[in-house]
Design a protein around this ligand. Structure first.
Ligand code: ADP
Ligand code: GLC
Length: 469
């Protein structure tokens, strides 16, 4: 697998959760898996050994000295690509000035290094690419390495985690990625005169998956296709939706190492302890114990539907809820939450930060989890919420639609503040009826989204690819 993040080494979102758990679930099924990712300056690597001494990787005319280290996580080798010049800096994709201007070179070098690993260290029969950052591997295998006997018969699978990020660069960047005009056409990486790496991945991979069945359908429509709907529709015969799993060894209220008390479906008493402790941690008064606590943990980006919360904020606060928010992202939403907290300091708290332990404690301590996403390829927090008896209120889109139903939570379809408030008010009415609430919590906690089922579907996909000529 080639990807840009993987827990526990480096994480900004759900992609890392997937790359930290799916490989081990596949290994458990007997697949031999390895993951290649960059060794970022901010990565957490406890133990590793150098397995490929410095060798040159060409990013077009430029050469970069690269070393590859192996770290083992859950029995799976993770090959970390060290290149201080490209990956050693602060930030993963961007800094305060915006996206790194050399991202195309950074991920070109990652993918070239991944193919060097495939050549010299771990001979795969399938290269499984993730998102635009992993798409170049598929593009190289069909262009620069097309005649290379080492890769003869190697198949490619691209998993799309988020169509909102496509890796679009000016046409002039092609040579710096080691590509030329032979891939710059409508059936290749060309996209309105620019280079679109995800488009290249979609067209050059042998098979495609995305992270829920609903999203697999949605992305073939103009509403969700982000301009690639026709390209995806043309490849629909090789596109499947495989829902992400949850890593219950990390996310279970029975064992969660970050919670002040544990609880289970049979005995939910500890959840109240978690709520009380969370209120204290966030500086909210004890009186909030009497109110429903709505939790939000998210990247603060427009994908996640924060404009609906912004629009509905006055009405939302009138409903008598308390709010616990954790997130970082666009300054517009950070400012909105800070302002909301300033206006309601006794009922709303926001941590503008990335804080994994607090993310767990919000799942544990909140009553309701709000996720009104504009689009959501899969979404993991609602799946975690189900397991924590934290009833999800979600927009019926993508993976949210596939994982929440009327027995376990509340959904609204239309992307509007009114529709969101409608679903939230239904949830609040249910909250006032303890028996009904308990039933919702218990139904959600009984749902099983463990990785085993998803891994079986990836295995089936690999099998099909291996058999194809
Ligand atoms: P996405 O990948 O689009 O961000 P997901 O719901 O798939 O959305 O995954 C988000 C993951 O990132 C979850 O594991 C969530 O707990 C975590 N996360 C998001 N924001 C934060 C934050 N500010 N602090 C800690 N964890 C966060
Ligand atoms: C993306 C999506 C999210 C999904 C995650 C992992 O970041 O936004 O919905 O759960 O990838 O596949």
């Amino acid at each position: 697998m080639v990807a840009s993040e993987a827990a526990p080494f480096i994480k900004t979102g759900g992609l890392a959760d997937v790359l930290g758990a799916l490989p081990a679930a596949l290994a458990e099924r007997g697949e031999q898996v390895a993951v290649v990712l960059p060794w970022y300056g901010e990565a957490r690597v406890e133990a590793s050994r150098c397995v490929l001494e410095e060798f040159p990787v060409c990013g077009g005319p430029a050469r970069y000295g690269v070393r590859v280290h192996e770290a083992v996580w859950r029995g799976v080798p993770y090959f970390l690509v060290e290149c201080a010049e490209l990956f050693g800096r602060k930030g993963i994709y961007f800094d305060e000035k915006g996206d790194f201007p050399d991202n195309h070179v950074r991920f070109a070098v990652l993918n070239k290094a991944a193919l060097a690993v495939a050549r010299r260290r771990f001979r795969p029969d399938i290269v499984h690419c993730h998102d635009w950052q992993g798409s170049l591997a598929a593009i190289y295998l069909r262009s620069v390495f097309a005649g290379d006997p080492v890769f003869l018969g190697v198949k490619t699978l691209l998993t799309i985690h988020n169509l909102g990020y496509q890796g679009i660069f000016p046409a002039e960047t092609l040579p710096a990625m080691g590509l030329d005009a032979t891939v710059f056409h409508i059936q290749g990486v060309e996209f309105y005169g620019k280079v679109n790496l995800l488009k290249g991945g979609i067209l050059y991979s042998d098979a495609l998956t995305t992270v829920s069945r609903a999203y697999a359908r949605e992305i073939q429509t103009p509403e969700y296709g982000c301009g690639l709907e026709a390209v995806l529709a043309a490849r629909s015969s090789v596109l499947t939706g495989i829902l992400n799993g949850a890593d219950y060894s990390e996310w279970s209220p029975e064992t969660d190492r970050y919670l002040p008390a544990h609880y289970s479906r049979e005995d939910l008493a500890g959840k109240q302890v978690c709520k009380r402790a969370l209120l204290a941690e966030l500086g909210l008064p004890e009186a909030c114990m009497e109110r429903p606590l709505v939790g939000i943990v998210s990247r603060l980006v427009s994908q996640k539907g924060f404009d609906l919360i912004e629009e509905a904020a006055p009405e939302l606060m009138k409903c008598g809820v308390c709010l616990a928010v954790l997130g970082t992202g666009e300054s517009r939403y950070e400012t909105f939450f800070r302002t909301l907290v300033a206006a309601h300091p006794d009922r709303a708290a926001a941590r503008i930060a990335y804080d994994n332990p607090l993310a767990h404690r919000i799942e544990g301590g909140a009553d309701i989890f709000l996720m009104p996403s504009r689009y959501e390829p899969c979404g993991l927090n609602q799946i975690y919420s189900l397991r924590y008896g934290t009833v999800p209120v979600v927009r019926a889109t993508g993976g949210l639609d596939d994982t929440v139903d009327e027995e376990t939570g509340f959904k609204f379809r239309e992307y509007s503040a009114a529709a969101m408030m409608g679903a939230l008010k239904e949830a609040l009415a249910a909250y006032r009826n303890p028996e009904r609430w308990r039933a919702l919590q218990r139904a959600g906690m009984a749902r099983d989204y463990s990785w085993a089922a998803s891994a079986a579907q990836y295995s089936a996909c690999y099998r099909k690819l291996r058999l194809a000529s």
